[in-house]
Write a protein that binds this ligand. Structure first.
Ligand code: MRU
Length: 342
């Protein structure tokens, strides 16, 4: 499986997801500003992966900061990383975790502060892989044997520290002996499904069929799809789920065709401070992602464009939410709170 992100002596190394699958190139971010830029430009993307990147960015920032001005620089580092992408709550969760640790290290030597921040970021990365594997174990049981699973965007190893959320569930189902294959929506405009999910599953030898987003209804109607599994960027208290633009349409199609729709996400993707999905901030991306494909114009110059990167699937379309602590079923207000608070 691919190594999405790693801490090295030279800096934070990540696979450049803007260049896959044509080229497998790794970039090294040598300071926190480069990490922030990599998140903003989607060199690294996917909610858990950008959480890990942000934590490593904070640690890298502390590593390079002037010890005489540490508190002020720490605030700027955290604010810069937090300003990169607004929707995935994992980014803010990871920065908050780094802030909490920093707060406990007052009066310690700079060497100790740096070491502890680095260890925390590495722990977040390792935890993420274990969390995905746990989610896979819970989710695999829900996947029907002998059918296709449809997924949207990339919620795989590339979107996490490894293994994946939605693709983790699929990997675990395959590992348990289920005979399944995957329909990957291409996921316009950034093509995470075509470029990343199809590539990732091919690498693992899991059968995958690529379809354009507007083909999903056709295949639901044909009865080949046994369930949908997608990831999430932020889940509100009532279960409303923000995920890649187009997820809502898939959920409506699934319900219309009586196909279960599962969301796989770590507890760090839950935002219980938000009562409903209406309050989730939706990132707006540049128009050229819609008007161009790999730099080639596909629309008339000057056309008005909207490019929301995410949509919100209302909880009523979601059959269950798979987390590392177990599977939550409706009513989500109760089941999610129970998973988080015990
Ligand atoms: O814009 P992206 O590529 O960062 O969006 C990613 C998604 O929407 C994923 O489905 C989500 O982050 C879950 S990843 C495990």
């Amino acid at each position: 499986m691919v190594e999405t992100i790693e801490w090295t002596n030279a800096g934070v190394v990540m696979i450049d997801q803007t260049r896959l699958p044509r080229e497998k190139v790794f970039v090294t971010c040598r300071d926190y500003k480069e990490v922030a830029e990599a998140i903003r430009a989607m060199v690294i993307r996917g909610a858990p992966a950008i959480g890990v990147a942000a934590a490593m960015g904070v640690a890298l920032g502390v590593e390079k900061a002037d010890p005489a001005n540490l508190d002020a620089e720490f605030t700027v580092i955290c604010d810069t990383l937090a300003a990169t992408r607004p929707t995935a709550v994992n980014l803010f969760w990871a920065i908050e975790r780094m802030k909490r640790l920093y707060g406990t290290l007052k009066g310690r030597s700079i060497a100790e502060i740096r070491a502890r921040m680095r260890e925390e970021a590495l722990e977040i990365r390792l935890d993420d892989i274990a969390i995905n594997e746990a989610m896979g174990r819970y989710g695999a049981a829900l996947v029907p044997d002998g059918k296709s699973v449809l997924t949207h965007c990339n919620a795989g190893a590339l979107a996490t520290a490894g293994y994946g959320t939605a693709l983790g569930v699929i990997r675990a189902a395959v590992a348990s002996g289920k005979k399944i294959d995957v329909f990957a929506d291409e996921t316009r405009p950034f093509l995470q499904g075509a470029r990343l999910t199809a590539w990732e599953l091919q690498q693992d030898g899991i059968p995958v069929t690529l379809i354009t987003d507007n083909m999903a209804g056709h295949f639901f109607k044909g009865g080949r799809i046994g369930c949908v599994v997608v990831g999430a960027d932020r889940i509100a208290r009532n279960g409303d789920t923000a995920n890649k633009i187009g997820t809502y349409s898939v959920a409506v199609l699934a319900k219309e065709n009586g196909v279960p729709f599962y969301v796989a996400a770590p507890v760090s993707t839950l935002d219980l401070t938000l009562a409903s999905g209406d309050l989730i901030p939706i990132e707006q991306r540049p128009a050229r992602e819609v008007t161009e494909v790999f730099g080639v114009p596909v629309a008339p110059e000057g056309v008005r464009v909207e490019n929301p990167a995410f949509d919100v699937t209302p909880a009523r379309y979601i059959t269950a939410i798979i987390t590392e602590r177990g599977v939550a079923f409706p009513p989500f207000e109760e089941s999610l709170a129970k998973l988080v608070l015990g």
